[in-house]
Write a protein that binds this ligand. Sequence first.
Ligand SMILES: [Zn+2]
Length: 418
Amino acid sequence: MDVNYRNQKRYKTAKYPICQPIYLTWLIQVLSTIMLASKKHKVECVGMEDLKPPYILLSNHMSFVDFELISKGTYPARVNNVVNIDGYYLRPWLMTWIGAICTRKFTNDFHLVKSIKKVTSRGDILCMYPEARYSPCGITSYLPDSLGSLIKMNKVPVVVAIHHGNHLHSPVWNVKKKRKVPMHTVLTRLLSAEQVKEMTAAEINEALRNAFVYDEYRYQKESGILITEKYRAEGLHKVLYQCPHCMAESKMASKDTEIFCTECGKRWTLCEDGTLSANEGETEFSHVPDWFNWEREQVRAEIERGEYSFEDEVDVHSMPRCYRFMPLGKATLTHDVENGFVLKGHYRGKDYEIRRSPLMNNSLHVEYDFPHIKPFDCVDISTESDSFYCYPTKENVVTKLAFATEEIYRIKIQNVRK
Ligand SMILES: [Zn+2]
């Protein structure tokens, strides 16, 4: 049951990207250099000396600055980026002009595969951020299994770009307040065209997984980076939402250098070297990603016990086209192991129901303080032709929803493969 829009037209994502005009490649590089001028950064290329496009460039993703750093590393070659539809908000003409490829996150976009092939066969660089969102905690997020066969289909070399420092400079849970952290991007030729030809899709996936291992907090410690800003812990409770002391969920808060539980009162300080330390008593996790991964295990266990389910009233804004988010009002969003996501609402006199079964979503698009509609947390449930940005009424629940989506997918796909 689709939404009863007055205008049924949708933005057409199924179209080929244009070949980026070379003056734009130059201009993007100039603008990137200007934007990066005030930030300490270094772009390093490893094994890329004799590498000419076409190739597929896969990058980890932590903030917008990643695009600027990639531009510095790839200039003067043309790059076509895969971009989610919210990147097209108010400027589809610009995105089309620079040769971006539009998609809706975590949907079956068959045309995306054709567009990628188009880019590599005309000799350009295809850049993709396969984790498909900013890393929530400075560690590797989900890498889809479809990457291996996509690369095999294109028969071109693979370059991996790993950014370091970008999450520490501007963590997704508090993008407004930047920290003084140097950024270091390394572009490495991972596979030659011959290797791609010889390897199986599973072997390529394995190579990618190994190349995509990163941990910003470990990097911070090893590099001796100190983050002295007094606001450095503000927002951290959005990813560390469960208290490891009293187990309460969504009761965490943060201020200045501290993260604390409003239920039991326990407090931890985020030290200058990126480690956590309990103000009193035992420090359950001194390494931020360990706390994050522990939460994932809690969600997984809850699913396995058969106790997981989510229901909330959400405020929905959809994006059938690029110039306006459509306010659809209140709706009910449920998530469980059997049905995946079900969004039920009512718009212009008619009910609508959006269903995304567990195997349709290997991960979930989460936004913290989403800037386009209103600055609060939301999740985006996309179909092949629409995107529904849902703002929960319950506080601080979106990170858990992402964990649950990924873990339910993992369980279901294992059952299918058995
Ligand atoms: Zn607590």
